[in-house]
Design a protein around this ligand. Sequence first.
Ligand code: ADP
Ligand code: ASP
Ligand code: MG
Length: 439
Amino acid sequence: MKIMKFGGTSVGKPERMHQVAQLITKTDEPKIVVLSALSGTTNSLVGISSHLAQSDRGGAKQAIDKLEAHYRDFVLQLATTEEGRKKADAIVTEHFEFLNIILRISFSEALNKDILAQGELLSTKLFSVFLEEQNIPHVFLLALDFMTIDANEEPQLGSIKVKLSQILKQHKDAKLFVTQGYICRNSRGEVDNLKRGGSDYTASLIAAAIKATVCEIWTDIDGMHNNDPRVVDKTLPIKQISFEEAAELAYFGAKILHPTCIWPAQQTNVPVKLLNTMQPEADGTVITEDAGSMGVKAVAAKDGIIAIKIKSSRMLLAYGFLRKIFEVFEKYRTSIDMVTTSEVAVSLTIDNDTFLKEIVKELEQFGSVEVDTNQTIISVVGNEIAQTEHVLQQLFTAIADIPVRMVSYGGSHHNITILVQSDYKIKTLQLLNKGLFGL
Ligand code: ADP
Ligand code: ASP
Ligand code: MG
């Protein structure tokens, strides 16, 4: 059994959905198809929620109507029969009735999650109607019946495995399943989600749960590129990378993959393939245990980073000092990305500023604290990069004019990380493209 996940742009137009139906019926291998919401939908739903959070019902109503018009238009071109059109229209009606009802309910975080879930429910239900019209046998699965997260918002792989296999057992002869990415239930039994871009995570969790032959992530680009194609002109797809390299790139900003979607596939050794829906014949990228080659593979950037420096003359490398600092971050459940130390100071970075004030206040008992916002982590990733000759020289020659705030090297064999002010991000990525890849 294999997993095929299609992202927002892959299902964002009626003709693309038609194409997805072709792609999933090309082979007889049993498969679970995971769909995102149509492109733009989750953003619109986020907008509706924020109108409601600010008690702006008028704004919310306007956004709901605009989105509904988009879906009415979509189903006109998706369905090919009168009956199919009616069914698809009824689905749109059902979900927009729900959104209109919530206009009258007082806003809460649980309601917010219900709103955000509408996108994946709509896309999979509409796709299912289209498959039915085309006489393509399939089983519609509700991800809310098996995809769960615990009180720490971590997916419960063990429980997902048990629940999903029970469901699949009820459909022994079925060859094609369709389900939603992104959405899940939390420990309170409420509708929740795996965070933005989380459909990749759903696909990889399902792949791990059923030990799939492969987890295919179909998107709008021909694989993982060596640099961010949104800001660098000339980038090239990478044929093969390891789970470690991919995880590092995803975590440090390569948007093609959800930051934490690699571990389930890695844990169960299921290969992940990144493929292009618009160009299905392209090789794409294969992610397995095997990195394929040595040396620098790619560069990625993660914005919204905050650097914190704690300076103490009393201190610093006295034993127990770092533990005390880390305990503050642990207390506020804020994870640290980079750490560098000197004899008198420690600098570290976080990407979540929810408890920044509280953290700084507690850190001040250990010394003076400086905070720099608007920082970007630039990560250079490659197999055995630390042992690759001249890498550091090439890297620093390439970015000689860029002021670098922090450097982290040697933490792993496949990563060198630098921190720059966000204003320098694009320039740094461009310079690295030339200096490291000759592009
Ligand atoms: P989907 O909607 O299919 O999940 P995403 O928009 O989440 O697609 O991810 C695909 C996009 O990721 C590409 O269109 C590309 O602009 C962006 N991207 C950022 N970094 C990279 C990279 N290193 N390689 C490929 N794509 C990247
Ligand atoms: N629809 C969700 C989002 O836009 C999940 C996804 O597309 O992966 O974030
Ligand atoms: Mg995505």
